[in-house]
Design a protein around this ligand. Structure first.
Ligand code: 7PJ
Length: 255
């Protein structure tokens, strides 16, 4: 899964059109590099990010989605109205960092055949990195995901449509993220495909001392470890390089 952020620096029309065209071109490039899914997001959920209105989020993602009808697109959103509009515009997957907890979210997906990623987050993006605490991070994340899978299934979303994700960095310290990565196989017991998003995240910065634009090697190491521990979907910025790492790993499976 390749990541495309549609987040214009400027709110002038110039900035918006530039961001739109750049996002479309970037999505195409990631698909050519081997992304099976392109994840488009119009709202930053990074720690401390400023909120975006629903109208603005729709204006950012819909034109991009409409230009990419031939690709398998996932839409990263927490808003039921954005989910519904994205599915109408041809999205194949909804990636919800709130695991369909918003009122109306399950209903927005139920009638479609889209896939959905249920992710764990502790707290809210604005404050989630302020001293998060767990007694056992793996057990708690697993119990949460199990409950969300059950809720989605009970509401009529077939199990085959559901992917789960521990939500690296979402209300977690570097130590929590490393524990989750080390024990990722335990989440495989949930019986749903596992998605891991570690690309360029601050835990890599903490381990390597590198800024976000110099975390490729660290990201590739994280991706390989995640795959070895059962992840089947990797949410990454660097598709070509991650594909190469996976090609090497796959050549060794069964040898
Ligand atoms: C994730 C995400 C992730 C899923 C972001 C960033 C922060 N969606 N959206 N999993 N991370 N499912 O890319 O640094 O880990 S935004």
């Amino acid at each position: 899964m390749g990541v495309v952020n549609v987040t214009p620096d400027s709110f002038s029309d110039g900035g918006r059109y530039y961001a739109r065209d750049a996002a479309i071109a970037h999505a195409r490039r990631l698909a050519e590099e081997g992304a099976d899914i392109v994840d488009i997001g119009g709202e930053s959920t990074r720690p401390g990010a400023a909120p975006v209105s629903e109208e603005e989020e729709l204006e950012r993602i819909l034109p991009v989605l409409e230009a990419l009808g031939d690709l398998c697109i996932s839409v990263d959103t927490r808003r039921p109205a954005v989910m519904a509009a994205a599915l109408d515009a041809g999205a194949s997957m909804i990636n919800d960092v709130q695991a369909l907890q918003a009122s109306g979210a399950i209903e927005a997906l139920r009638e479609s055949q889209c896939a959905v990623c249920l992710m764990h987050m502790k707290g809210e993006p604005a404050t989630m990195q302020r001293d998060p605490h767990y007694d056992d991070v793996v057990r708690e994340v697993k119990a949460f995901l199990q409950e969300r899978v059950a809720a989605a299934e009970a509401a009529g979303i077939a199990r085959e449509r559901i992917v789960v994700d521990p939500g690296f960095g979402f209300g977690k310290t570097a130590a929590h993220n490393l524990t989750l990565l080390g024990r990722l196989a335990e989440l495989g017991e949930l019986g749903a495909p596992l998605l891991a998003g570690l690309s360029r995240k601050s835990t890599i910065g903490k381990l390597t001392g590198r800024p976000a634009d110099a975390r490729l090697a660290g990201s590739l190491a994280m991706a390989l470890i995640a795959v070895q521990r059962g992840a089947t979907i990797l949410r990454v910025h660097d598709v070509k390089e991650t594909r190469d790492v996976i090609a090497v790993w796959e050549a060794l499976i069964g040898t």
